[in-house]
Ligand binder design. Structure first.
Ligand code: UD1
Length: 417
């Protein structure tokens, strides 16, 4: 079993550089399959989720190689092997983002009902609603999603919830549909905007990404992009910011877009953490007495669900009562039982967690239950006295590039086994 071993108690100090955004990379790699020409993606993180997706698109027929550190060459296939292998696809929830591009470009798709983190029920009804509205035929057959489509035709679709994945899947497919598509109540996450920018760089006509309504004029082919650089990972940045605060440290985080992480900055400031922003850095200093805060997760620009577990750890270290309400994924509180092993005092009632901060956490053996829970447990280990062993560390490696190196360079005593 892969494990992260931490001897906690050192304040993190120094500077750390953030890698490319995991979630933007996953969507953009799927979208790249729709290009008629090879292209190069820059600032792609070398993390397990990206490696698995590359294996999947390799089996579909794409040719891929890393040209350099963070620089990925993708040659999309002319024809596809439609069956993405179940063993691979079930490892990665984001493989559902292959549906839209495969249907739009090749008229067929068959992917396993995707796996990924166990953070909630994660239905796909909104993806299907949009793709069906564009003309695809979608069926569930023996654990697989099987889709076929002729040339798709633009339509108007309203999302009952601003789902990131559904917005992305429908937006990608609509780029090659005939005529105009209007998607209402879409997700406004920076990764959606980055994907729209990439699609436009390939020759698509997408307008309105980052607002509630996206309009897409379909085009016949996508062939204009040679190189595209992916945005920095706001969740990785937020994780290091919270780690700095939880260890009462002083860290300069480089290669971030501070606006993307504004809700986390606002909550840290409310907790009395000093946060200084520049154009592409954020410095987090936690030398004063911190205060408890309340948090509700919401779609962007609200507080990100992907930062909720990490923030919970910080709140565990601040005496007083804090409340977290999780509105996006119902299973995000699985980390609570693990945090209790380290001495945290948390009560969960449905989607609400009430945290009574303590003066210190103590090292223990814990297990990651999902990617962000794993990141939270690493922060908890850094903030605890003594040794913490985080099991199921593979979850953490799905989303954090060079975790051991980056944390060591900030003074942490950490080993990734
Ligand atoms: C993406 C991110 C994930 C992040 C999440 C929310 C990727 C690869 N993953 O996941 O890190 O935590 O956004 O910011 O980008 N829903 C439906 N029907 C659907 C689709 C979703 O009801 O068809 C619901 C989900 O159950 C959930 C909510 O919508 O309650 C948000 O999910 P969604 O935004 O789709 O998350 P993902 O795209 O899966």
């Amino acid at each position: 079993m892969q494990e992260i071993v931490i001897n906690g108690g050192n304040p993190l100090e120094g500077r750390v550089t953030i890698s490319g955004a995991k979630n933007a990379s996953l969507a953009i790699i799927c979208a790249a399959l729709m290009s008629d020409k090879p292209l190069v993606l820059e600032n792609v993180p070398y993390i397990n989720d990206v490696k698995v997706l590359l294996e999947i698109i390799g089996t579909i027929g794409a040719k891929i190689h890393w040209q350099d550190y963070k620089v990925l060459y993708i040659e999309p296939p002319k024809e596809i092997n439609v069956q993405a292998p179940y063993e691979l696809v079930k490892k990665l929830r984001a493989s559902n983002l292959l549906l839209g591009p495969m249907l739009a470009k090749f008229g067929q798709a068959s992917v396993a009902l995707p796996g990924g983190c166990n953070i909630g029920s994660r239905p796909m009804d909104l993806h299907f609603k949009g793709l069906k509205c564009l003309g695809a035929d979608i069926k569930l057959e023996k654990g697989r999603i099987v889709g076929t489509a002729g040339r798709m035709v633009g339509c108007q679709v309203y999302l009952d919830f601003p789902s990131v994945g559904a917005t992305e899947n429908i937006m990608m497919a609509a780029c090659l549909a005939e005529g105009q598509t209007i998607i209402e109540n879409v997700a406004k996450e920076p990764e959606v905007v980055d994907l729209a920018n990439f699609l436009n760089a390939m020759g698509a006509k997408v307008r309105g990404a980052g607002t509630d309504v996206i309009k897409i004029e379909g085009v016949n082919s996508l062939d204009q992009c040679q190189r595209y650089s992916i945005i920095p990972d706001r969740i990785e940045a937020g994780t290091y910011m919270v780690a700095a605060a939880a260890t009462r440290g002083d860290v300069l985080i480089e290669n971030v877009i501070p606006k993307h992480i504004e809700p986390v900055i606002a909550k840290l400031r409310e907790a009395n953490v000093d946060v200084e922003e520049s154009e592409d850095t954020v410095r987090v200093t936690a030398r004063k007495e911190l205060k408890p805060v309340d948090i509700k997760t919401m779609p962007y620009p609200g507080f990100p669900t992907d930062m909720q577990s990490q923030m919970m750890v910080l709140l565990c270290t601040i005496p007083g009562t804090s409340v977290i309400i999780e509105n996006i994924f119902e299973n995000r509180f699985q980390v609570v039982d693990e945090l209790k092993r380290l001495g945290a005092r948390i009560k969960v009632e449905g989607r609400m967690a009430v945290i009574e901060g303590v003066n210190s956490l103590y090292g223990a053996s814990v297990k990651a239950t999902d990617l962000r829970a794993g990141a939270a447990l690493v922060i908890a280990g850094l903030a605890s006295k003594g040794e913490t062993r985080v099991g199921n560390a593979l979850y953490v490696y799905r989303g954090y590039q060079d975790l051991e190196y980056k944390l060591k360079s900030l003074g942490a005593d950490i080993k990734c086994l």
